[in-house]
Design a protein around this ligand. Structure first.
Ligand SMILES: Nc1ncnc2c1ncn2[C@@H]1O[C@H](COP(=O)(O)OP(=O)(O)OP(=O)(O)O)[C@@H](O)[C@H]1O
Ligand SMILES: [Mg+2]
Length: 268
């Protein structure tokens, strides 16, 4: 007998609207958003600033409630999934605890789940190596650069091999080389652990490199404008960045973002 949880999508968003009442007006941040993310699927959200990407992420993480519509995570209400800590989160701000060292920040979710100290230490060493911070585990967040802080937050999100990762511009503060390395690493981790990932980015190549589907959003009110499939297979390795089919998908997402280009074929 299979439980409904085993077959449920990682994320189910149905008819979700979020309006914010401000002093002068009502901001329609999201309107009628429907989206299913399958277990193990990697999707990216891309769209202009203010189109509601972070709002949608916060709703999925149960940090905010929709004005209308429903959100489920692995078949459970979002609030239940938050209490069960069914996902790892890395958001736009690193959100580290300033009084804890790098090591203690990375270990936080493991502590909360009662993992024994020796096992915790081993896991944190692995994570620190993965994000290139092995020499900084005793440092405090204010002794690190913005990009290093973000890498601590990413390590913390990955600490538990969660079946769902919610990542809102996690690589925004990284230099280009580190960013590409972290992308490759994240693609590998997602494939190895079978985690579903909902990933927000402003970078079209980043979205295409990582995702099986790119969800293109439009602003005011935030809606899903188009979903671009990226059938480039499971192996997202460095060579993919130079492949013609990669550029073809980058172009497809760019056109979806900017609207269709003028028909040059007719000019010949
Ligand atoms: N707590 C709030 N109160 C009022 N308005 C809000 C609130 N949170 C978000 N908004 C508004 O909702 C809209 C969507 O914001 P959101 O942060 O989701 O955008 P975003 O797509 O993540 O943008 P960016 O790419 O700049 O991060 C914006 O117009 C924003 O001003
Ligand atoms: Mg945002």
């Amino acid at each position: 007998m299979t439980s409904p949880i085993a077959t449920a999508p990682a994320v189910h968003v149905a008819g979700v609207t979020r309006e914010f009442a401000t002093k002068t007006a009502t901001v329609h941040a999201l309107a009628g958003v429907d989206l299913d993310v399958a277990a193990g699927e990697f999707i990216s959200l891309i769209g202009p600033s203010g189109c509601g990407k972070s709002t949608l992420m916060r709703l999925i993480a149960d940090l905010d409630q929709p004005t209308a519509g429903t959100i489920e995570v692995f078949g459970k209400p979002a609030a239940r999934a938050r209490l069960d800590q069914d996902y790892g989160i890395a958001f736009q701000q690193a959100g580290l605890l300033p009084w804890r060292t790098v090591e203690a920040n990375m270990a936080l979710p493991l502590e909360l789940h009662g993992i024994a100290p020796a096992k915790r230490k081993a896991r944190v060493a692995e994570l620190a190596a993965m994000v290139g911070l092995s020499d900084f585990t005793e440092h405090y967040p204010d002794q690190l650069s913005g990009g290093m802080q973000q890498r601590v937050a990413i390590a913390r999100a990955l600490a538990e091999d969660a079946k769902l990762l919610l990542m809102d511009e996690p690589f925004g503060a990284l230099d280009e080389m580190t960013r590409e390395r972290m992308q490759t690493e994240l693609a590998r981790i997602a494939a190895d652990t079978g985690a579903a990932v909902v990933f927000v980015t402003h970078s079209i190549p980043e979205a295409v490199f990582l995702s099986e589907r790119v969800v293109v959003m439009s602003a005011r009110p935030g809606r899903i404008a188009e979903i671009v499939d990226v059938p480039l297979g499971a192996s997202r390795t460095e060579s993919l960045r130079e492949a013609p089919e990669f550029f073809e998908r980058v172009t497809a997402v760019r056109e979806a973002l900017h609207g269709a280009p003028t028909e040059r074929a007719n000019e010949r």
